[in-house]
Write a protein that binds this ligand. Sequence first.
Ligand code: NAD
Length: 260
Amino acid sequence: MDPRNQDEEVAMRLDGSIGIVTGGAQGIGAATAQRLAREGATVIVTDVLDDKGHALATSLALEGHGVSYRHLDVTDEAAWEALVSEVRAEHGRLSFVVNNAGIGTLEGVEDETVEGWQRTTDINQKGVFLGMKHGGRAIRESGGGAIVNLSSIFGAVGGFGGSIAYHASKGAVRLMTKSAAIAWAKQGVRVNSVHPGFIDTPMIEQVKDSPVGEVLTASTPMGRLGRPEEIAAAIAFLVSDDASYMTGSEVYVDGGWTAQ
Ligand code: NAD
């Protein structure tokens, strides 16, 4: 069966909600910003790729969606505090944060450097911690909402035995999600993680047409890469009230990869 047509009508499940998507200039983040906006949310797209982020926000705004762009390096705590204050001052509340920003690494246990490890940990792990800390508090004080953290299939299993820092950071995201979910379970802040398989975004561009790329497709039971829109659909569900009894859950969108 073909992947769902992205131009199909979607339900307006997020009308009146306002939230932040990190790393939203391209890939899964951009597809998520678009999907959430199409469902009626006001979306603040953030990234460090300012030209791409502005271009995406402008094109979605021209289609009539409530989307704007702000520069946010997810590792910068002061910048997180400033952004959350600005959103609350402008919109009066915060309903959701999608902690999507991340970097991929390939180095295995013998090849990874301490610098590489630290950079991956800073962006993929500390970035999610800061998004939950500052975004989650604002969501709680706004009366409740949802946080979705992007982990990976590599946050749950050892994969091909490489990418040691990436596995560590994504495993941390999986468990930080559960810790925060329990902390806020009675306070209306739901926190869930999404675990994509191999998705056709700029992140895997470097390996897509190489033998490694062939392995990604061949090792996936469905025999193809996923589309960013297929991850965005799961994220939109978790942000919406359709997921009102889900917190601390991990949702795999991986073409069957972890079922093997
Ligand atoms: P991508 O590289 O296309 O996009 C990631 C975005 O994050 C980029 O726009 C980048 O500029 C941004 N970013 C990087 N460092 C940042 C920082 N310090 N502050 C703010 N933004 C920063 O990647 P993608 O494939 O769209 O991945 C999105 C998320 O999904 C990542 O967390 C990734 O680990 C995860 N994921 C992707 C795949 C995949 O196969 N593509 C699989 C599993 C998980």
